[in-house]
Design a protein around this ligand. Structure first.
Ligand code: SF4
Ligand code: SF4
Ligand code: FES
Length: 772
């Protein structure tokens, strides 16, 4: 923490860390200094001169966005010279600005408009013709540029270079001919391009989807969360006449740093898709026919009961999407476990990956904690496409000095990390499928060189000698022969890893199903323990999930072998706790996984399948096999929002609600539980998914009496030990990372920080035992 310095601004004294910019010190003192080019997330450039202030003992005026505070500094923001300069800058910026505010998308929320009112002159002296351009220029399918509105603040260009890591935008020509445009030979295909629309302080960059569709004062804004991946970026849903017109970033700094990716920002039109399912459907004489909810629910219950009576509860199974809310997922598994009596429940049709034998199957650190990692080891990740805004956090960490070690055979999905010394990533490029051997080689080298963290290993682990014996085989020579990674590079990676006070290890949780997956997970887990990188900010294991609520599905027992709270179904105590809460028996036998359900359906053992927002035809590696399996079922129930291939084979279709129409929570990849809120009202017969599940449960003989998702969440907080103490109110607008029950002031929450448990090092080339 930098020492504090005391400054006086317009007579107000404020203490701020040394190095703070005057513009930020003024903000802390509650004083507004107008800006255009300055943005707190971008490096200052001093381009627009809007932020002029007067500083005692400094000649002339200085720009507050490029001047740092000094002890005893005295600043004035409203003296006559400052006001005169502000008037002049505004007048200059308006020389060529078209002042077409009445038809400009930015009108009503435009910094140029606001600053002109507050800091400009009432009348213009300029009567000459203004610059005119052919307009608009399409920079991409999503973004249009109206060049005459541009005030050349360079925020868009700087964002792309500094934050997104590409050179797609640039300044063309010079002097008063300068204009923003595409760099020669480039397209604006950045997955982060939409952020430039929000950053532009005028209406020069506009969205093709939103342009001319509303005035800001006509919009209703609802805070919510993006559901397009596991990062959980916070969004604002802007609605007019019950129609979503745009999604904006709603900064939750520890999660998203104020950014959205384009997938998150522009994927919402499906909510208003005319093809949305609007009524329950039942198959009659081979065709799906509309029926009432009463008929649909009665049919679901009658047919499930008939199948259970004839073939037992194990003939029924359910697959839920890892994008459903926690409340829906919890009710889904409760219907199947407590009412039907089966553990045939899953959220995937792919094999479950091996997991590190820690207490929880979850990321051990936090997204913001990655900024404190000095070494980042990424194994076969594709963050730029799979967790885009997390990718920006990794870039930020590298820009702050973190060293990146990439272990992957594929070319990184666009080389968007700094590619110059000293921050050039160390890329260990093994032959495809041999990443695990490289990781084992790192373990071998650390042990062979006696460089493990002896204090941590002695206090927090056991099984060192067994690991040493198993790792002996992974010599650098063998690793080089098997993987093609030179032994010298392996040694360099170990040096980097051990030189760093903090290191984090990131990999895809949904591994590729290779025989070596277990070795990979074991090796990364051992690396974290041998180097003492667990339980502190900037350290930890990060198995990255892809979907918006994959973590919630794991936490809430949408899994054939795990109950809510990630407790094994075979564990008596876990079942007893749930039985006491639910008042019904909980089946003790592990159920069929999603992949096994497909096989059981093919074999005629599974006769009913309930799909909640999940289409196995889209996810399974062999869709034809799934098609044959679904065709053999006596009952296929599809609860979804849009037609899907599986729906073509369904016996019953139950229309649910989209993310923008419902209430609930999602648990992001960093264990952060955040609230979805309804922004639009579905005016068809579609119903909330939690309510459909409750109605199905009650028709099957259950007694579900929840008044709303908040009551379901209250029960989740009793069923899941690490959600204990949480309520919708406690989650607030920013969410909480379990097991925290109060806000952490922007710091991340690390699991295992208490240092109380000892962890068993895993011998390499054996199966990690899941210890819970
Ligand atoms: S287009 Fe907007 S963000 Fe880019 S330089 Fe012009 S005014 Fe600034
Ligand atoms: S990174 Fe993920 S959560 Fe964030 S905006 Fe993009 S898709 Fe949405
Ligand atoms: S805001 Fe300071 S120079 Fe632009």
């Amino acid at each position: 923490m930098e020492p504090l310095v005391t400054v006086t601004i317009d007579g107000r004294t404020v203490q701020v860390p040394k190095g703070t910019l005057v513009v930020e010190a003024a903000r802390q003192a509650g004083i507004e200094i107008p800006v255009f080019c300055y943005h707190p997330k971008l490096k200052p450039v001093g381009a627009c001169r809007m932020c002029f202030v007067q500083v005692e003992k400094m000649p002339g005026l200085v720009t507050a966005c490029t001047t740092t505070v000094a002890e005893g500094m005295v600043v004035y923001t409203t003296t006559p010279p400052v006001v005169k300069a502000q008037n002049a800058v505004i007048e200059f910026l308006l020389l060529n600005h078209p002042l077409d505010c009445p038809v400009c998308d930015r009108g009503g929320e435009c910094p140029l408009q606001d600053n002109t009112f507050k800091f400009g002159l009432a009348e213009s002296r300029y009567i000459e013709p203004k610059r005119h351009f052919i307009k608009p220029v399409a920079l991409s399918p999503y973004i249009l540029l109206d060049r005459e509105r541009c005030i050349l603040c360079y925020r868009c260009v700087r964002f792309q270079r500094e934050i997104a890591g590409d050179e797609s935008l640039t300044v063309l020509d010079r002097g008063d001919h300068s204009e923003i445009g595409l760099a020669p030979g480039r397209t604006f295909d950045s997955p982060f391009s939409g952020n430039t629309i929000e950053l532009c302080p005028v209406g020069a960059l506009t969205s093709t989807l939103y342009r001319f569709r509303a005035r800001p004062w006509d919009l209703k804004s609802v805070p919510s969360v993006c559901t397009q991946c596991g990062v959980g970026c916070n969004i604002q849903i802007d609605v007019r006449a019950n129609t979503i017109l745009r999604l904006l970033s709603r900064e939750n700094t520890p999660v998203d740093d104020g950014w959205l990716c384009d997938r998150g920002r522009f994927t919402y039109r499906f909510v208003h898709d005319p093809a949305r399912l609007t009524r329950p459907l039942r198959r009659v004489n081979g065709a799906l026919q509309p029926v009432s909810w009463h008929e649909a629910l009665e049919t679901v219950a009658e047919r499930i009961q008939a199948i259970v009576a004839a073939a037992g509860p194990q003939a029924v199974g359910g697959l839920a999407a890892p994008t459903a809310t926690n409340e829906e997922l919890y009710l889904f598994q409760k219907v199947l476990r407590a009412v039907v009596g089966t553990n045939n429940i899953d959220h995937t049709v792919r094999p479950h990956p091996p997991v590190a034998p820690l207490a929880y199957d979850a990321v051990t650190g936090s997204i913001v904690g990655l900024e404190r990692a000095r070494t980042l080891v990424l194994v076969d990740c594709a963050t730029r496409s799979e967790q885009p805004v997390l990718h920006l956090r990794l870039r930020k960490a590298v820009a702050n000095g973190a060293q990146l070690v990439l272990i992957q055979s594929a070319e990184p999905d666009l080389w968007t990390f700094p590619d110059e010394p000293p921050r050039r990533p160390l890329w260990l490029r093994p032959r495809p499928g041999t990443e695990a051997v490289v990781v084992a080689g790192l373990v071998h080298l650390i042990l062979a060189q006696g460089r493990e963290n002896r204090e941590f290993v002695a206090q927090r682990t056991e099984g060192l000698e067994t690991l040493r014996a198993s790792a002996a085989a992974f010599t650098p020579e063998r690793v080089e022969a098997e993987t093609g990674v030179p032994a010298a590079l392996l040694r360099r990676a170990v040096d980097l890893l051990l030189a760093a006070p903090t290191a984090a290890f990131l990999y895809r949780r949904d591994l590729q199903g290779l025989p070596s997956d277990r070795l990979l997970v074991a090796g990364l887990y051992d690396l974290a323990l041998l180097t003492g990188n667990l339980g502190r900010p900037g350290t930890g294991l990060y198995p990255l999930v892809r979907h918006a609520n994959s973590q919630g599905a794991l936490d809430l027992g949408v899994h054939p072998r795990l109950l809510p709270g990630q407790r094994p179904v075979t564990e008596r105590a876990g079942r007893a706790a749930l039985e006491a809460l639910w008042g019904t028996p909980v089946p003790a036998e592990p159920g069929l996984s999603g992949a096994d359900m497909i096989e059981a359906a093919l074999a005629g053992r599974l006769r009913a399948l309930y799909l909640l927002g999940r289409d196995p035809l889209a996810d399974h590696p062999d869709p034809e096999r799934v098609r044959q399996a679904l065709a053999r079922l006596d009952l296929l129930i599809v609860q979804d929002i849009l037609p899907s291939p599986a729906m073509e084979m369904a016996h019953l279709v139950l229309p649910g609600l989209s993310f923008a129409e419902k209430e609930g929570t999602l648990t992001s990849l960093e264990r952060r539980i955040q609230r979805l809120r309804p922004a639009v009202v579905n005016q068809t017969e579609a119903r909330s998914d939690w309510r459909i599940l409750q109605d199905v449960a009650n028709r099957l003989g259950g007694l579900f009496l929840y008044a709303g998702p908040d009551e379901v969440f209250a029960e989740i907080a009793r069923a899941v030990p690490f959600y204990a103490g949480l309520t919708y109110e406690a989650l607030g607008d920013k969410g909480l990372q379990w097991p925290a029950t109060v806000q952490q002031d922007g710091a991340g929450v690390d699991l295992y920080a208490d240092g109380e448990r000892r962890w068993a090092l895993l011998p390499l080339e054996t199966e990690p035992k899941v210890v819970r």
